[in-house]
Design a protein around this ligand. Structure first.
Ligand code: 13P
Ligand code: ZN
Length: 281
């Protein structure tokens, strides 16, 4: 479909409304203090076409991490420095639609980022993770980063071993193994906003849809905003329970056992990441 005759008001676009709602919810949940967190959503050309004039780039930004794999793709992205609290009232400044230019060395800003704004500082992690997730899932669309409080808290008190961390989350709530049977990836502490953390996050995305940055936050992925949000929400709830029970004076008296997790996974037709559960039978 061609993008000529674009007439509709972008503020009416369903994808924009969803982003405004989701970022507001993330802020209300306490995951996105100040400018914490960022979201990027792949938009199909057909979705964007009714709202923009083809070839109508507002400005162009160069990328110091070329992404030829994403050339031509459209993204709805949060602005660097955007307070999620304010996006709902000021989307045109705090959100933007970009298209990766031919060759993947530049971005065309198609809409938004009014007053000179630019995409999130975590764009390297978002773009590189999009590339990897698309290799594994053609329906992949969303990368969502935030500072989910209890997941971050857990990275101070729990050993930073992926299998052990995954199992602790699985044990906290019966939903967890069903929602993320592939587990949770963990990076060492790294400087945010860099190409290096982008590369390491993307490597983890080969195996995981959820990646934790210790003492910082979480990256969730999905086929929709709801899908990525739900994944983070489930891990964060489990981490909240973990933190609650581990600060309880009586200590932990019982957990969901490995055998129980195994029958649970079987009942819901998911395959838990191998090597985490130790079964007695
Ligand atoms: P941005 O405001 O640049 O998106 O950065 C926020 C953040 O969470 C960095 O990790
Ligand atoms: Zn962050």
């Amino acid at each position: 479909m061609s993008i000529v005759n674009a007439k509709r008001n972008m503020l009416e676009a369903p994808f924009l409304k969803q982003m405004m709602q989701a970022t507001q919810n993330m802020w209300r949940l306490g995951w996105d203090e100040r400018n914490g967190g960022n979201v990027s959503v792949i938009l199909d050309e057909e979705e964007v076409a009714p709202y923009i004039e083809k070839g109508s780039a507002i400005r162009t930004i160069s990328l110091d991490f070329p992404v030829p794999e994403l050339a031509g793709k459209y993204f709805l992205v949060t602005a660097s420095g955007s307070y999620f609290k304010n996006i709902i009232d000021n989307p045109e400044e705090l959100l933007g639609i970009i298209q990766v230019a031919d060759g993947g060395n530049e971005l065309d800003i198609i809409w938004g980022f009014a007053n000179g704004g630019k995409p999130t500082s975590e764009l390297p992690s978002h773009f590189m993770s999009h590339i990897v997730r698309l290799e594994h899932d053609e329906n992949h669309r969303v990368i969502m980063h935030n500072h989910a409080t209890n997941v971050v808290a857990m990275t101070f008190t729990h050993e930073l071993d992926e299998a052990a961390f995954t199992k602790s989350l699985w044990q906290m709530e019966s939903e967890c193994i069903i929602v993320f049977p592939d587990g949770v990836g963990l990076l060492p502490w790294m400087i945010p906003g860099t190409t290096e953390i982008g590369k390491e996050t993307a490597k983890k995305m080969n195996e995981y849809r959820l990646v934790v940055w210790p003492h910082h936050g979480i990256f969730g992925t999905g086929s929709s905003i709801d899908d990525a949000f739900g994944l983070i929400e489930t891990a964060e709830k489990a981490a909240q329970i973990y933190m609650l029970i581990h600060s309880h004076r009586g200590g932990v008296k019982q957990v969901i056992t490995d055998d129980q997790l195994s029958v649970l996974a079987e009942a819901f037709g998911v395959i838990p990441k191998p090597g985490i559960l130790q079964l007695t039978k």
